[in-house]
Design a protein around this ligand. Structure first.
Ligand SMILES: Cc1cc2nc3c(=O)[nH]c(=O)nc-3n(C[C@H](O)[C@H](O)[C@H](O)COP(=O)(O)O)c2cc1C
Length: 196
């Protein structure tokens, strides 16, 4: 699989970190395209204590990337901006209300917005892990617009019934649900088995 993972300036940088690490570790994934908005860098600094644009990917991964390539969000000429480039889907985690608005209204003015637009027009999976609370009517309308265009609205709402010991485990299991949705079930994903 070849996938795109984008991170925006919504709260939840830990989810993007865990998604990047899971994709790098998954042998079924051959290539990952990673894009971070400028605003996501601020949130990464606030939440994970990692600052700066350079080495952002390495810092999130905790190692040198093996199959992940970072593209600048301003580079609207990157490979993933074209429908001719093969792709198995795109995940935006976390997805801000600003980026949701841009995608829902077809602006295609940044690489993330354009790649999402391409993903929808090519009828490929687009998973928008939106994060805001509470939602206003604009947010709700934009989610409906995006869903009607084919996106999956996958809000960052982690589960607690598996009793996560820390925020990393909570984030990782949420990421596993996202990956399962795109066809990448993880062997250590929690499965609810009430009858055992
Ligand atoms: C610490 C922090 C947390 C934020 N959390 C959210 C959030 O959960 N959801 C959201 O939509 N915006 C949130 N924002 C605001 C966005 O970063 C802001 O709207 C930005 O313009 C989004 O731009 P982007 O979509 O290009 O990343 C947060 C900002 C900061 C600094």
């Amino acid at each position: 699989m070849e996938l795109t993972l984008a991170i925006t300036g919504a709260s939840g940088a830990i989810f993007a970190r865990e998604a990047l690490r899971a994709l790098e570790a998954d042998d079924r994934v051959t290539r990952v395209h990673f894009v971070a908005t400028d605003n996501s860098l601020r949130v990464i600094a606030e939440e994970l204590g990692e600052s700066g644009r350079t080495q952002c990917l390495e810092k999130l991964l905790g190692a040198a990337p093996r199959k992940t390539t970072q593209h600048a969000d301003a580079n609207i000429g990157a490979s993933i901006a074209s429908g001719s480039h093969p792709s198995d889907g795109m995940i935006i985690l976390p997805c801000s209300m600003g980026t949701l608005a841009s995608i829902a209204n077809g602006l295609a003015d940044t690489l993330i917005a354009r790649a999402a637009d391409v993903t929808l027009k090519e009828r490929r999976p687009l998973i928008l892990c939106v994060r805001e609370t509470p939602f206003n009517r604009i947010h709700l309308r934009n989610m409906t617009l995006a869903a009607e265009a084919g996106a999956v609205i996958f809000p960052v709402i982690p589960a607690f019934y598996f009793k996560p010991v820390d925020s990393t485990e909570m984030a990782r299991q949420f990421v596993y649900r996202v990956l399962a949705h795109i066809g990448l079930r993880q062997s250590d994903a929690y499965i609810w088995k009430p009858d055992e």
